[in-house]
Design a protein. Structure first.
Length: 66
């Protein structure tokens, strides 16, 4: 996962290469761009099956629900 804050609007070029610049047909690369949600932690890590539990998520671009 790579996170980068783009400083301003405009055109950008993204290049993806393996560490020795060789590439192969069986290499798979995926790019998702935008203000996407990304969870870095969840608390609590567990709870009872029949319990109602409030969960705290931390990360980027997470909408707050009340």
């Amino acid at each position: 996962m790579l996170s980068y804050e783009i400083p301003k609007d405009g055109d950008y070029l993204i290049e993806i290469k393996d560490s020795i610049y060789r590439g192969r047909e069986d290499f798979v690369y995926r790019i998702a761009l935008g203000e996407l949600p990304f969870v870095t932690s969840v608390f609590p890590l567990g709870t009872r099956v029949d319990a109602t539990t409030e969960v705290e998520l931390k990360g980027w671009n997470l909408r707050r629900r009340r």
